[in-house]
Design a protein around this ligand. Structure first.
Ligand SMILES: CC(C)(COP(=O)(O)OP(=O)(O)OC[C@H]1O[C@@H](n2cnc3c(N)ncnc32)[C@H](O)[C@@H]1OP(=O)(O)O)[C@@H](O)C(=O)NCCC(=O)NCCS
Length: 415
C-alpha cells in the first residue's frame, strides 16, 4: 500500500498555524515536506506557549509532524541560490507570511514560474484583494471578519470566538483542497498555477448557513432561533446561543452532576421523525396528541419549554447514560466531551485520530492524527523535526552540495 502523495515534494515556507496545518496534512498523505526555517530561530511557535523549558512546544510539534526541517535564509547570496534550486526541485511551494514577504526575498510568482513552470505556488493571506489585503491576520481576526464572531455567543452577550481554529486550521484545510486540485490539473496541463486562500473567505465559507439566514431574515423572523416568537430581530443575523444551525432545532441541556462538572451537558436535536420516541422516553406521551406539540411547526414557538422538559429528564442521568438511551431511539445527541475525555477516549486511539508520538527531547506526547482516512493509503504520524535536523541531508541529496560548500554556507549565515 503506497502513500497517496508519495513522490510529491513540498517546499514548505509556512509558519505559526494556518500554513503548517496544510502542509502537515500533505505530509500525512506521504508528500516529502521540506520545512524552511530561519537559521537560529526557526518557526516562532517552536518557543511559544512552551510547557517544558528549551524543548519545542506542543504548539509546534502538533502542527509539523512528518516534515523535514532545513534552516535557510533566502535573503543571503548563497541562501538565495539554494532556495532557487529548491523551487526547481519541488512540486508545490506553500507559504503564509505577511503579504509581499516572499516577493521581498526576490521570488515573485513570475520568477517562480520562470524557474519551474510546473510549480504550484499556494499562499494563505488574511484578506483577498481589496482595502485590507496588506493586513496581517491571526485566527481571531479572521473569526471576527469572516462572520463567525457576530453570529456566535449568548443572545444578549458579546460577540464570541470559538475554540475551533476555523481561521487558521480551517483555511489550511481549504488550501489543501486547492493544492490537490492544482496537482490534478497539472497532470493534464503540464503547468503549475497560483493557489490563494484568504482567511476571511474560508471563515465565511464555514459560516455559509449564517449568510443563508441573513437572506431568510428579509422574509420574516427566523423561527428556529430562540429570539422567536418574543424577541426582536434586527437587520442582521443575531447570535443564537446554542440553537442548531440546521433544519431541526436543538439545544444543550444539563445532565446529572452539572452543578460541579462544567461538561455535564448534552446536545439534543429534535429531529421530527424521532420526536415521538423522545417524548415517550422523557415521560411526555401527552405531547403526541397535543396540537401545541405534535408537529414541528407547533413546537417552534415553544422550543424553550420543550428543552426545559427534556432537561428535567436529562438531569436525572449522566451524559453517557442519556447518550446510551437516546441513540437506540434514533434521537441525534452529543455529550459535551472535555479535552481530558477526548485524550483518554480509546475509540479515538484505535482509529489513530488521537496518536501518541515519541520525541527525542520531550518524550511522549499526544497529537491529533489524520482525520481523513484513505482505505489504501495509510497515514502514519511521525514526530515533528528538530530545528534544522535535515539541513545537511537535504543540501547533499537535493541541492548536491558537498561538505565544503555546506561549511561555507554556514559561515555566511545562509543555513
Ligand atoms: C501570521 C503573521 C501575522 C505573522 O507576522 P510576523 O510574525 O510579523 O511575520 P511576517 O509574515 O511579517 O514575516 C516575517 C519576516 O520574516 C522573514 N523570514 C521568513 N522566513 C525567513 C527565513 N527562513 N530566513 C530569513 N527571513 C525569513 C520574512 O521574509 C519577513 O521579513 P520582511 O517582512 O522583512 O520581508 C503574518 O505572517 C501573516 O499575516 N500571515 C498571513 C496570514 C496567516 O497565515 N495568518 C495566520 C497565521 S497562523
Amino acid at each position: 500500500m503506497g502513500k497517496a502523495l508519495e513522490g510529491v515534494r513540498i517546499l514548505d515556507m509556512t509558519h505559526v498555524q494556518s500554513g503548517p496545518t496544510c502542509t502537515q496534512i500533505l505530509a500525512w498523505f506521504g508528500a516529502d515536506v521540506i520545512k524552511i526555517e530561519r537559521p537560529g530561530a526557526g518557526d516562532a511557535t517552536r518557543s511559544q506557549l512552551r510547557d517544558i523549558p528549551d524543548v519545542d512546544s506542543l504548539y509546534f510539534t502538533m502542527l509539523n509532524a512528518n516534515k523535514r526541517s532545513i534552516t535557510l535564509n533566502p535573503k543571503t547570496e548563497v541562501g538565495n541560490k539554494i532556495f532557487a534550486k529548491l523551487i526547481e526541485e519541488c512540486d508545490v511551494m506553500v507559504e503564509n507570511f505577511a503579504p509581499g514577504a516572499i516577493d521581498r526575498m526576490g521570488f515573485p510568482w513570475e520568477k517562480i514560474q520562470e524557474i519551474n513552470p510546473r510549480m504550484i505556488y499556494a499562499s494563505i493571506k488574511g484578506f483577498g484583494p481589496g482595502p485590507y489585503e496588506d493586513c496581517k491576520v491571526y485566527e481571531n481576526v479572521a473569526q471576527c471578519t469572516g462572520g463567525a464572531a457576530s453570529t456566535t455567543g449568548e443572545l444578549e452577550g458579546f460577540p464570541m470566538v470559538t475554540g475551533a481554529q476555523i481561521g487558521d486550521s480551517g483555511t489550511g484545510m481549504h488550501l489543501v483542497a486547492g493544492i490537490l486540485a492544482a496537482l490534478f490539473h497539472r497532470e493534464k496541463s503540464g503547468k503549475g498555477q497560483r493557489v490563494v486562500c484568504a482567511m476571511q473567505d474560508a471563515v465565511l465559507n464555514l459560516c455559509r448557513v449564517k449568510l443563508r439566514d441573513q437572506q431568510r431574515l428579509a422574509h420574516g423572523p427566523l423561527k428556529e432561533y430562540p429570539q422567536y416568537p418574543n424577541g426582536e430581530f434586527g437587520e442582521a443575523v443575531p447570535r443564537a446561543g446554542n440553537a442548531s444551525g440546521g433544519g431541526h432545532p436543538g439545544w444543550i441541556v444539563k445532565c446529572k452532576g452539572w452543578e460541579t462538572d462544567p461538561d455535564a451537558y448534552i446536545y439534543v436535536i429534535l429531529q421530527a421523525m424521532a420526536f415521538e420516541a423522545l417524548a415517550i422516553v422523557i415521560g411526555h406521551e401527552d405531547w403526541l396528541e397535543d396540537p401545541d406539540f405534535n408537529t414541528p411547526d407547533a413546537r417552534l414557538p415553544r422550543l424553550m419549554e420543550v428543552y426545559g422538559e427534556i432537561e428535567k429528564w436529562t438531569m436525572t442521568k449522566d451524559k453517557m447514560e442519556v447518550m446510551d438511551t437516546l441513540n437506540p431511539l434514533n434521537v441525534p445527541c452529543g455529550p459535551i466531551l472535555s479535552m481530558k475525555e477526548l485524550a483518554e477516549e480509546q475509540g479515538l486511539r484505535a482509529t489513530e485520530t488521537v496518536v501518541e508520538v515519541d520525541h527525542p527531547e520531550r518524550g511522549k506526547y499526544l497529537t491529533v492524527g489524520n482525520p481523513i482516512k484513505l482505505s489504501d493509503s495509510p497515514a502514519d504520524v511521525d514526530r515533528a523535526p528538530l530545528l534544522g535536523e535535515h539541513t545537511e541531508e537535504i543540501l547533499k541529496t537535493i541541492i548536491g552540495l558537498d561538505d565544503q560548500e555546506i561549511d561555507a554556507a554556514r559561515e555566511q549565515g545562509a543555513i
